[in-house]
Design a protein around this ligand. Structure first.
Ligand SMILES: C[S@@+](CC[C@H](N)C(=O)[O-])C[C@H]1O[C@@H](n2cnc3c(N)ncnc32)[C@H](O)[C@@H]1O
Length: 301
């Protein structure tokens, strides 16, 4: 049997939290295999609308033939702009299920997975020029150190960055195997776990995942109708912290606890999930990739 494109995570929880109105307008920022999108369409009536974004051309093959659905093959960081192009200024709900799809991981030549040998690519959007190869071959030691430390929580990020800069003039880091072999001697602990963290960091950088997430979050308050909801699924702590802080305080800053702090977004969003919603045991067992998922929901006041 062929692999499913992607199994939607926290599907019921997302759908319940969005409180879908049959004639509402919804946005799925991360269409992927269309699992969440299809469930939303299932609850929309003939006047309802769903706008779905995905920057990966491969996701188009999952589009159902449905007049209520409008697919926008763009980065969700341009959400407002593309909604406006479709004459939409306000919506009833927004979902984003962040990161990469199983399809992207499982397609060897996309270069996301340490399980295969392929070129160091890792672009979700293949129209973009920056690849993982460019990152490891052109970034400075300091830049690489920061990426591995912040985005991968790699224990010896500094040593790793130094080693990459040392070997890259004499050793080809073009392929995944070439990259792994060149760094074999500095691996700490379990090599699969180690390289998974290194690859996570490179992927986040190549796709500017945090930059795009921040821009998306900043557009949410002004796009939601009063009572409209945003549901965001994250897969690692730094990402979750951005969503948590923004939903709570309207800012990304950890230290901004000033009671006199006045921010429009703060007044505009009410947090619905004081604690994040996590997958239950059954979902974790059926879909191990759901393991680190966290869902946070906010409502426009
Ligand atoms: C985890 S999958 C979503 C799966 C989907 N919810 C489903 O049920 O099949 C994430 C998808 O979002 C896309 N994506 C990630 N970041 C994006 C961004 N900044 N802009 C547009 N699409 C993005 C990826 O290409 C991928 O297809």
């Amino acid at each position: 049997m062929s692999q499913p494109y992607h199994i939607p995570v926290l599907l019921n929880e997302v759908i319940e939290s969005l409180c879908i109105k049959p004639d509402g307008i919804y946005v799925d920022c991360t269409f992927g295999g269309g699992g969440h999108a299809k469930a939303i369409l299932g609850l929309l009536g003939s006047k309802g609308k769903l706008l779905a974004f995905d920057q990966d051309d491969d996701s188009k093959k999952n589009l159902p033939d449905d007049k209520r659905l409008n697919f926008i093959p763009q980065n969700f960081r341009h959400l407002k702009r593309f909604l406006r192009l479709n004459n939409i200024t306000e919506v009833d709900g927004i979902i984003a299920d962040l990161g990469v799809s199983s399809h992207q991981f499982d397609e060897a030549e996309r270069g996301f997975s340490i399980r295969y040998n392929a070129e160091m690519d890792m672009r979700m959007d293949q129209r973009q020029s920056l690849t993982a190869f460019d990152v490891v071959n052109t970034y400075t030691e300091q830049q690489l150190h920061k990426i591995f430390e912040q985005y991968g929580e790699v224990t010896n990020a500094k040593t790793l960055a130094r080693k990459i800069v040392e070997v890259r003039n004499t050793t080809s880091l073009k392929t995944i195997n070439g990259f792994k072999n060149a760094l074999r001697e500095i691996v700490k602990g379990n090599p699969n776990k180690y390289f998974a963290q290194v690859f996570q960091a490179l992927r986040i950088e190549v796709n500017d995942e945090y930059g795009a997430l921040k821009e998306l979050l900043q557009q949410i308050p002004s796009l939601l109708k009063p009572g409209g909801r945003a549901a965001i699924i994250t897969f690692h702590s730094l990402e979750d912290r951005l969503v948590k802080n923004f939903f709570r305080k309207g800012s990304f800053d950890e230290t901004e606890e000033n009671p006199f702090f006045n921010n429009e977004a703060l007044k505009e969003l009410k947090i619905i999930t004081k604690k994040p919603i996590l997958p239950g045991d059954k979902e974790r067992k059926q879909n191990p990739r759901s393991g680190s998922a966290k869902l946070r929901v906010a409502e426009k006041t």
